[in-house]
Design a protein around this ligand. Structure first.
Ligand code: ARG
Length: 484
């Protein structure tokens, strides 16, 4: 502890000040501080310190009374922070030292015993893992909310048929619900990836010390149990230097943003006048400062736009880790802003897109008008011919010529006469035209994963059941959390 004289001389107030003869340069203090952003770890830091202190007391490394005093002090600090009374001081660098300094003000020299058998290196790794774990659980819930919104719209419009696109050219009719469920499939993979990432995140680094382990008979398992970690780290050097779990989480965020951005792009296109497949809710659209008639899909555009910054954070993290020698290096402090912003942005985009999807009003009549336009059921005629025994390549050629003929005559496939059909190929009976309606085209795709209504109805049921099971899983985790 620094004495009065040291303080008066502006040195020694640092937790690590013992060997220093000079105060830190103000520019260095400003350059090296992390409290301006890592204050967000306060809950995790306090929870980990409380578990650590309890373990120290139980193991007889400090007395039970000292542990009790420390824990009571930490709990008071938690209340101070929650009430907004705590003053975060850049002079104390980071969240760990800010809390420790306040603890010393509250309970005196006993506060100095908290850092026994611990380093900020295993402490910060523990805090970040706890933060990531909570972020993962939150992201999972929010991504389920978006799944629910998509499923809700799919269930509300089970019969709406729209043109499906490839190359953004009308390709084949599909159920609108089928299109929405494609996004549910993407979000389902994200949910799964988050769970996978959670398993590797949920390992306790405390006990690793600075890098080598600690010289006290600690009980990492007890700390792991208290903090609901599944295990404690196997290698102390890896424990303090590993940030793979941060990269994994930000990479799942990046992929989630890819999915949200693609959905955003679809919604933007659907809301355009030329398509008119959905009407956006006023509460989820914005206007123009000059054009009074405008209603813009800004929520979707910003989702698409914010995707880039999440990718940027992933790139920053990978670059940060590349070439770092073992073990802890101060570079690692740079993980936090990237992590926090990637998670914040993904959470916000999930919430915004959920609202957008929930409130948009599909326009099935508009979809129907274009569902069979641009000869999007031509494949049905080719399939009909192939089913009569004509090799598919020849069938394709025959129908291709019919399309050209219709284009020249300015008519649709449905307007072909029996004579024109028969002239194109003797196998083309008049009943072939029953196949070129949108309804017949979707009904024909009666294969697993296909857009036939009965298949989509089943897929919808499966998605609903999966969603309910995930919600159940999430509520179990909440029960687990509240115990820690
Ligand atoms: N603020 C630091 C970080 O975020 C905490 C660990 C500091 N450790 C050290 N050896 N300087 O990485």
């Amino acid at each position: 502890m620094a004495g009065e004289q040291d303080r008066a001389e502006g040195r020694g107030t640092k937790a690590w000040g013992g060997r220093f003869a000079k105060a830190t340069a103000p520019t260095v203090e400003a350059f090296t501080e992390s409290i301006s952003f890592d204050w967000r770890l306060y809950r995790q830091d306090l929870a980990a310190s409380i578990a650590h202190a309890r373990m120290l007391g139980r193991q007889g490394i400090i007395t039970a009374e000292e542990a009790g005093t420390i824990i009571a002090g930490l709990r008071e600090i938690a209340r101070e922070i929650e009430r907004g009374e705590f003053v975060f001081d850049p002079g104390h660098e980071d969240i760990h030292l800010n809390i420790e300094a306040r603890l010393a003000e509250k309970i005196g020299d006993t506060a100095g015993k908290l850092h026994t058998a611990r380093s900020r290196n295993d402490q910060v790794a523990t805090d970040v893992r706890l933060w990531c774990r909570a972020a993962i659980d939150d992201l999972r819930t929010r991504s389920l909310d978006l799944q629910a919104a998509l499923i809700g719209q799919a269930a509300a419009y089970p019969a709406a048929i729209m043109p499906g696109y490839t190359h953004l050219q009308r390709a084949q009719p599909v159920l609108f619900a089928h299109h929405l469920l494609a996004y549910v499939a993407m979000l389902e993979r994200d949910y799964d990836r988050l769970g996978d990432c959670r398993r590797r995140t949920n390992v306790l680094p405390l006990g690793a010390g600075a890098l080598a382990g600690v010289g006290f008979p600690v009980d990492p398992q007890a700390v792991a149990d208290e903090l609901a970690f599944a295990a404690s780290a196997e290698n102390s050097m890896d424990a303090v230097s590993d940030r793979d779990f941060v990269v994994e989480l930000v990479s799942v965020c990046s992929l989630t943003m890819v999915h949200l951005s693609r959905l955003a792009e679809d919604v933007i296109v659907w809301a355009a006048g030329e398509f008119g497949f959905v009407e956006l809710d006023d509460a989820y659209a914005t206007g123009s400062s000059i054009m009074p008639q405008k209603k813009n899909p800004d929520v979707a555009e910003l989702t698409r736009g914010k995707t880039g910054r999440v990718f940027g954070h992933l790139q920053a993290l990978l670059t940060l880790l590349k070439g770092l020698p073992l073990t802890y290096n101060r570079d690692l402090q740079e993980d936090k802003e990237a992590l926090f912003d990637a998670v914040d942005t993904t959470q916000a985009a999930l919430v915004a897109m959920t609202g957008l999807v929930e409130t948009m009003v599909p326009q099935p009549e508009r979809m129907a008008v274009t569902a069979t336009a641009s000869f999007s059921t031509a494949t049905e005629l080719a399939d009909y011919l192939a089913q009569q025994g004509l090799p598919f390549r020849q069938a394709h050629e025959v129908v291709g010529k019919l399309v050209a003929q219709c284009l020249a005559a300015g008519k649709s496939l449905a307007q072909l006469t029996a004579a024109e059909l028969a002239a194109a190929a003797p196998q083309l009976g008049p009943d072939a035209l029953e196949r070129v309606t949108a309804t017949a085209a979707v009904a024909a795709k009666d294969v697993p994963g296909g857009t036939a209504p009965r298949r989509v109805a089943r897929a919808l049921q499966a998605a609903q059941a999966r969603l309910a099971a995930h919600r159940e899983e999430a509520s179990q985790l909440e029960v687990g959390h509240s115990g820690s």
